[in-house]
Ligand binder design. Structure first.
Ligand code: NAP
Length: 335
């Protein structure tokens, strides 16, 4: 991949900011950094330029909760007529005790995926990703399971109980925290990152052949703002305990370096979810092999639900791939 143009969402703090810094040090020619408000992201870009002594940061306003903001960001990007080589969909959050639903009717920790989907589909449709672009989206270990205090939803069972086995309707309910979903903040986060992993697998089947997409958990980096909304049990008990265990926490730079590593992965592992080894939150990342992550019906249901909620589809690309002889959209090609 050309080390040319990267775009990093959620760059006003934490891992997005750390990644932008690493990309500049790595020689990337331009790094588009996004934040919800222009004044704030301008300040971040100036601070990054001062720290790295490289004038390579372009601020862009992007609030993933607001479809109008995604549309304006896309219009800006399309106007530039320069394609993006590395699209890092990093923005995300652990939701708080009070359930927040955006004006578009989406639970707050699910909203970044919907905005990221609108952005990615918009860039693909406008041909603004380079032919061998890499897309990385932030995942997290709770999507795999086995993380204390976080529990993801068993989708087939949930769909069978409340939605006559319609898994797409069931994922839509999770995204909206709608009918039959009890709001438990940590579980909402686990579900949001699980839907991210499924979305990645489904998108991989739809991308042009040179491009690749991965879900990557950066692992634990407790010095960021990620848990700012989290409940006291997580904030004041679990995180401090985890911090005491060697190898269970890492600096934001170490965590961010996972994103950079993934930007060099090949198309052969496109669609996979990379995270820490079982029982760990740091160290080398590996492909996650739990069966629920690799269930093709879950992946396609997640894709369709995200399409329905976001109103953004790639069907014209799928049609193009079908006429050029590549099958899309059915079954699970993951190992
Ligand atoms: N740190 C960890 O231990 C850890 C572990 C696993 C996964 N992750 C994932 O890594 C990613 C980065 O987290 P972090 O630790 O760097 O947290 P952070 O310091 O809170 O940074 C998150 C960034 O995302 C932005 N953001 C969140 N929701 C947004 C929205 N709807 N629209 C636009 N921007 C939004 C935030 O902007 P505002 O400040 O304006 O909200 C901020 O710039 C997240 O996806 C997180 O889930 C983190």
């Amino acid at each position: 991949m050309d080390h040319s143009i990267a775009l990093v969402t959620g760059a006003t703090s934490g891992l997005g900011q750390a990644t932008a810094r690493l990309l500049a040090e790595d020689g990337w020619r331009e790094i588009i950094v996004t934040g919800r408000r222009m004044a704030q992201i301008r300040e971040t870009a100036a601070q990054l330029a001062a720290e790295t002594k490289r004038k390579v940061f372009t601020p862009l306003e992007l609030d993933l909760d607001k479809p109008a903001s995604v549309r304006s960001a896309l219009a800006e990007l399309v106007k530039r007529e320069r394609s993006i080589d590395f699209l890092l969909l990093n923005a995300g959050m652990v939701p708080g005790k009070a359930r927040v639903i955006t004006a578009a009717g989406i639970e707050a920790s699910q909203a970044p995926l919907i905005g990221h989907h609108q952005l990615t589909v918009g860039l693909l449709r406008a041909n603004q990703l380079s032919p061998n672009a890499r897309i990385v989206i932030a995942g997290a270990e709770p999507a795999r399971g086995g993380v204390p205090m976080f529990k993801y939803t068993d989708l087939p069972a949930f769909a069978a109980k409340y939605f006559r086995n319609d898994r797409t309707a069931a994922v839509e309910a999770l995204i909206r925290n709608g009918p039959n979903v009890k709001y438990v903040p940590n579980n909402a986060y686990a579900d949001a990152k699980l839907i991210v992993a499924w979305w990645v697998a489904a998108l991989a089947r739809r991308l042009p052949s040179g491009m690749a997409v991965y879900a990557v958990s950066p692992g634990a980096a407790n010095a960021t703002n990620v848990a700012r909304n989290a409940g006291p049990l997580l904030k004041y008990l679990m995180i401090p305990i985890v911090n005491l265990i060697p190898g269970m926490n890492q600096t934001p730079e170490t965590a961010a370096s996972r994103y950079l590593k993934a930007s060099e992965f090949g198309t052969d592992v496109s669609g996979q979810f990379f995270a820490s080894a079982k029982g760990k939150f740091s160290g080398p990342m590996e492909v996650q092999r739990e069966p629920h992550l690799h269930d093709g019906a879950n992946q396609e249901a997640a894709w369709q639900a995200v399409v329905n909620v976001s109103g953004a589809d790639l069907s014209h690309l799928e049609w193009l791939r079908e006429v050029s002889g590549r099958s899309v959209g059915r079954g699970d090609r993951n190992p």
